[in-house]
Structure formats: structure tokens, C-alpha cells
Design a protein around this ligand. Structure first.
Ligand code: NAP
Ligand code: ZN
Ligand code: ZN
Length: 346
């Protein structure tokens, strides 16, 4: 089935209209008409081949919300007309020890990501949500339980789960002092979620203009990281720091802000390796960790939690043909705080 999409044909090329083939829905497949797709910084890293390994043409997009337009004969969870979500994963082996625990993002033979991944079902490459429709195995489709503002739900499928999962895993909540580094798509969700869990939240930002917003999002404190005095005062005071920064920066400064035994978790993935001073870890038994999105069960848990607590991202809606301008604006930090494409404009 041929489907309209937007693709980049090389690392320096703009995204342009493109036609892709989707597989015919099999017995366990759900066909989804895409309504909204969020714009994640990972889309930009991939489209511009900043991590290496991008296969062109690439159709990015892994924050997908749409309406079910057809279901295969064995599909049990969904029916035509349901509003559903698809995040960063569309398949995995389902049998390895990580898949069995619902941690499909860490599938040992390697999961199938929504775009730029080897598609075991077709032998081709997966294409993401900057497209009219998508066909996904029902096990990798999420129920959208928000009743309204569904255009705002899309960013939960990556920015939401990527911050929810480490905050839950490291038990951020009442009594814990949490720092969030970088107020972008992931960072603003981290602030909303951590404060809803009852943590005392500090926003670390390089942008003085974001202080008021940080407070509105739920941050209790704001530290401008360009100000050495404020940074010095914060030394040794955090239980947990979540780093969402997309570009190279100094990790050691944040490690030194952790208490003894404090944990820093990186979700931001700059394209170049970082220099870590081990003394920052050793002298206070601190930990430096990473975390990748979240598995399917936890993604559903996060969606349900956000629906129940009325938590939604702050979004700026764009048309499909504004995507190249939107990429440049994300890189400049000029978005409050996630672009969402209205896919009906494709
Ligand atoms: P984003 O909206 O662009 O936000 C990144 C924020 O980082 C910016 O708003 C800015 O915040 C800060 N920043 C940017 N450049 C900086 C620099 N040179 N020095 C210090 N701070 C800087 O990006 P996003 O969509 O949230 O994604 C963030 C990162 O997470 C990306 O690398 C993305 O690929 C990665 N990611 C990882 C996962 C995962 O599973 N681990 C999932 C999704 C995304 P301030 O203005 O407040 O400083
Ligand atoms: Zn993402
Ligand atoms: Zn597996």
C-alpha cells in the first residue's frame, strides 16, 4: 500500500514529500490513520545522521497519535475508530529475558524501532510517523485514555515515557530532591512528572528566559548554569539528576551537585562522547546511568497516569510543510516546548 510521507534523502537535505509502502495489515496488525506526530530531537539527530547509521531516505516520527482504520482478524485490543498511540518501538523478539519483563526497549537481539530500523516483517526499513498512516502489531499499540486535547498526547509517546521511566525506576517522589537538566521537550515533561510525584524539583537551564516557565511547569527552584555562584551553592545537594541535554556539555558539574550516593541519569544523547572525571563518582559513591524510553507496559501505565492526573505537554502545532523550519527552531531552543505536526496537513 502506497502512503504519503515526508522524508530526508541525505544528512544535509531538507525533508520533502515522499511516497512509502506500508505492509498490508496481517491478522495481528492495526492500521492507523495518523492524526498527530510530535517532533523529537532524536528525529533531528537521525535525519541529519548525527549518530551515524541513518539509512536514507528516512521518514522520522515516533510520537504518533491516530485513529484505527482497520484491524486484522486476530486483533483483540482495538477496533476501528479507537484513538491510539505508537511510540518508538513497533516490534521486538518477545522471548528474551528483557522482553519477557516488558522491557522491550532493551530486547537482546534488538527491538524494531518505529523508523530507521530493520523491519523483520518486510525485510525493509521502518518508516515513522511523518506519514498518513502506519501498520503496527497490536502488541506495540497503546490505548489513548485522555478524553480531550488528544493533539497534545503525541509527545507523551517519547518525551513522556523517556522521563517517566527513570523517575519511577529511581523512585523520585516525596522527600527526594530532583534536578532536571535542559528545558526542552523531554525536560519540560520531566519537570511536570517529577513535581506530580511529589519531588522537590530544580530546573537547570542555560536559558535565563525560561525561568518563569519552569516555575509554571512545576519546578520549585531554577538554577542558571551559566552562573558559577548558583552552581557552587548547589554542590552536594541532589538525590537524583535527570540530564536531557541534546548537545555536548559538562557532566562533571552535575555529578558534583549530587549528594553522597546520588544518581545521575542521562537520557539526552549528544552525538559525541563525554569526558567524565571519575573522582566525581568515587569520592561520594555516586552513580552515572543511562535510560532508554520505556517498555510497552510502562508506556501504557504512563499514558493512564497522565490521563488520570491531567498531565499534558505544552505544544506548538505546525503544518507538515513547516517541518524544516521547526527543526532549525528546536536546535536553537526556540520551542515551547514540543512541536506537534497536524498530520491532516500532509
Ligand atoms: P530539545 O527539545 O531540543 O531540548 C534539549 C534542551 O537541552 C534544550 O532545550 C536546552 O535547554 C538544552 N541544551 C541544548 N543545547 C545545549 C547546550 N549546548 N548546552 C547545554 N544545554 C543545552 O530536545 P529533546 O527532544 O528534549 O531531546 C533531548 C535529547 O534526548 C536528545 O539528544 C534526544 O535525542 C534524546 N532522547 C533520548 C531518549 C532516550 O530514550 N534516552 C528519548 C528521546 C530523546 P535549556 O535552554 O534549558 O538549557
Ligand atoms: Zn524521541
Ligand atoms: Zn527481546
Amino acid at each position: 500500500m502506497s502512503t504519503k510521507a515526508y522524508a530526508a534523502s541525505g544528512p544535509k537535505e531538507k525533508l520533502e514529500p515522499f511516497s512509502i509502502e506500508r505492509r498490508k495489515p496481517g491478522p495481528k496488525d492495526v492500521k492507523i490513520d495518523i492524526l498527530y506526530c510530535g517532533v523529537c530531537h532524536s528525529d533531528i539527530h537521525e535525519a541529519r545522521d548525527e549518530w551515524g547509521g541513518t539509512v536514507y531516505p528516512v521518514v522520522p516520527g515516533h510520537e504518533i497519535v491516530g485513529k484505527v482504520s482497520a484491524v486484522g482478524s486476530e486483533v483483540k485490543k482495538f477496533k476501528e475508530g479507537d484513538i491510539v498511540g505508537v511510540g518508538c518501538l513497533v516490534d521486538s523478539c518477545r522471548t528474551c529475558e528483557n522482553c519477557k519483563q516488558g522491557l522491550e526497549q532493551y530486547c537482546l537481539p534488538g527491538g524494531t524501532f518505529t523508523y530507521n530500523s530493520m523491519d523483520k516483517k518486510t525485510g525493509g526499513v521502518t518508516y515513522g510517523g511523518y506519514s498518513k498512516d502506519i501498520v503496527v502489531d497490536e502488541d506495540f499499540v497503546l490505548r489513548v485514555t485522555h478524553k480531550d486535547s488528544i493533539e497534545k498526547v503525541a509527545p507523551l509517546l517519547c518525551a513522556g515515557i523517556t522521563t517517566y521511566s527513570p523517575l519511577r525506576h529511581w523512585k523520585a517522589g516525596k522527600g527526594s530532591k530532583v534536578g532536571v537538566v535542559g528545558l526542552g521537550g523531554l525536560g519540560h515533561m520531566a519537570v511536570k512528572l517529577a513535581s506530580s510525584f511529589g519531588a522537590d524539583v530544580t530546573m537547570f537551564s542555560t536559558s535565563p528566559s525560561k525561568e518563569k516557565d519552569a516555575e509554571k511547569l512545576g519546578a520549585h527552584h531554577f538554577i542558571l548554569t551559566k552562573d558559577p555562584e548558583s552552581v557552587k551553592k548547589a554542590a552536594g545537594s541532589f538525590d537524583f539528576i535527570l540530564d536531557t541535554v541534546s548537545a555536548p556539555h559538562d557532566y562533571n558539574m552535575y555529578l558534583n551537585m549530587l549528594k553522597m550516593g546520588g544518581q545521575m541519569v542521562c537520557v539526552g544523547l549528544p552525538p559525541v562522547p563525554a569526558e567524565i572525571n571519575m573522582s566525581g563518582l568515587i569520592h561520594a559513591r555516586r552513580g552515572l546511568n543511562g535510560s532508554l524510553i520505556g517498555g510497552l507496559p510502562e508506556t501504557q501505565e504512563m499514558l493512564d497516569y497522565c490521563a488520570e492526573h491531567n498531565i499534558l505537554p505544552e505544544v506548538e502545532m505546525i503544518r507538515m510543510d513547516q517541518i524544516n523550519e521547526a527543526y532549525d527552531r528546536v536546535v536553537k531552543g526556540d520551542v515551547k516546548y514540543r512541536f506537534v505536526i497536524d498530520m491532516r496537513t500532509l
